[in-house]
Design a protein. Structure first.
Length: 326
């Protein structure tokens, strides 16, 4: 039987890298579903309820088939990649971008992360395979569903800045937004609810530049402060060497963050900014029904954040210097 996605990549997505030997790709029926949820995982959960995903059974292909099918897909090109430090407005930004029917907004797509990190599970996979599989997955997630889409915005996972060189090689002309926030506010948010990157053993510590000794520490604030320091340091390095990398601080306000992102993709923000955008900004990025109240600053400077603030100030200097040169 010819599997349905072989003739219809418009309504099917390669959503999961099956970690078996050999590696295979699992597909899911998405129908006409546009990703508008805070995270792509939420979009996938909505798709799992479609009859096609229970009636037909698991849809599996080889990675080579995915790569081949992507070449004939009607996809839009990325307008910008959004790298972020976490808890800095990136989810709200992706939500604002998703409000426009001309945009495809992809927020932390699980299969993108699985492909980038695949060599940790399968060292035999070479860099060329990862390059081809990642590019194909991006193409198939940015297919024109309704014929009006013109631009795709990709919000990465926060640790994807450590794949900067690989992603820049794959997308040499695409702007990279570097979204960050004051370290004490980020830590305060993490203390309320920990993200994957803030707990040792979920995301490979070595990927984020964490030593085995630091990864063994049971103090989660200490561990995350090291992660945050390294992300900020990577942002500093990229911002000073890559003219298409644009540092943006959450403190500039979400209207400016949204406008800068649109401008980077060659879109006039004056044509997109309306009251619906301003209204959405008043609500939580992850929980759209909840008004956003912000994060309290930590009353006393945390000694764990000394190095984070050093990198933060360097990044601020780069950002402000660029503003002054415009």
């Amino acid at each position: 039987m010819l599997l349905p996605f072989y003739t219809n990549t418009r309504n099917w997505l390669p959503y999961k890298l099956r970690k078996a030997d050999p590696v295979s790709i699992q597909w899911i029926f998405r129908g006409e579903k546009t990703p508008t949820e805070p995270f792509f995982d939420d979009t996938l959960n909505a798709c799992r309820g479609y009859m096609e995903n229970s009636r037909i059974g698991e849809m599996i292909s080889t990675p080579d088939d995915m790569i081949r099918l992507a070449k004939s897909s009607d996809s839009v090109k990325p307008g910008a990649f959004i790298f972020h430090i976490s808890r800095c407005g990136s989810t709200l930004l992706s939500q604002l971008l998703a409000m426009d029917k001309e945009h495809i907004s992809l927020s932390e797509v699980p299969v993108f992360d699985a492909i980038l990190r695949s060599r940790y599970s399968f060292p035999s996979l070479d860099e060329e395979w990862v390059d081809q599989a990642f590019r194909a997955a991006v193409q198939l997630h940015s297919v024109r569903l309704h014929g009006v889409e013109t631009t795709c915005f990709i919000k990465t996972d926060c640790w994807h800045i450590f794949y900067y060189e690989q992603l820049r090689r794959l997308y040499p002309g695409v702007p990279f937004i570097l979204l960050y926030r004051s370290p004490d506010e980020v830590l305060r948010s993490q203390q309320k609810k920990r993200g994957m990157q803030s707990v040792p053993g979920i995301v490979e510590s070595s990927l984020m530049g964490i030593s085995d000794e630091d990864a063994a520490c049971t103090n989660l604030d200490f561990y995350f402060s090291r992660v945050m320091e390294n992300i900020l340091a990577a942002f500093c390095k990229v911002a000073t060497t890559d003219p298409l990398a644009i540092p943006v601080n959450y403190s500039q306000g979400m209207e400016d963050v949204y406008s800068i992102t649109l401008q980077s993709a060659g879109i006039d923000p004056a044509e997109k900014m309306d009251q619906s955008i301003r209204d959405r900004i008043q609500f939580h990025g992850k929980y759209p029904d909840q008004p956003f109240s912000g994060e309290d600053k930590i009353a006393e400077p945390d000694p764990l954040l000394v190095n984070c603030f050093e990198q933060y100030r360097k990044l601020e200097s780069v950002r402000i210097g660029r503003q002054n040169n415009i």
